[in-house]
Design a protein around this ligand. Structure first.
Ligand code: FES
Length: 67
């Protein structure tokens, strides 16, 4: 690393979101952009969030097994 700039902090939660220090500008595969100016942003890594790409804690809900 060069200069005095602190690296961005990213924390991966097993089975949950990726926590990224904000503000962030997230680009989705279709080119759409989502911004958040929160101090810490939880980015959904499970794909179940109704507020994708931001985590809405849906990853905590148990999945039903197919019978
Ligand atoms: S990681 Fe939390 S809803 Fe996907």
């Amino acid at each position: 690393m060069s200069g005095d700039k602190k690296p961005n902090a990213v924390r991966v939660i097993r089975g949950g979101p990726v926590l990224v220090s904000g503000p962030v500008d997230i680009e989705l595969p279709d080119g759409a952009r989502v911004q958040s100016d929160r101090f810490m942003v939880a980015v959904c890594a499970c794909g179940r969030s109704k507020n994708y790409p931001l985590c809405d804690t849906s990853h905590r809900k148990k999945r039903r097994r197919a019978t």
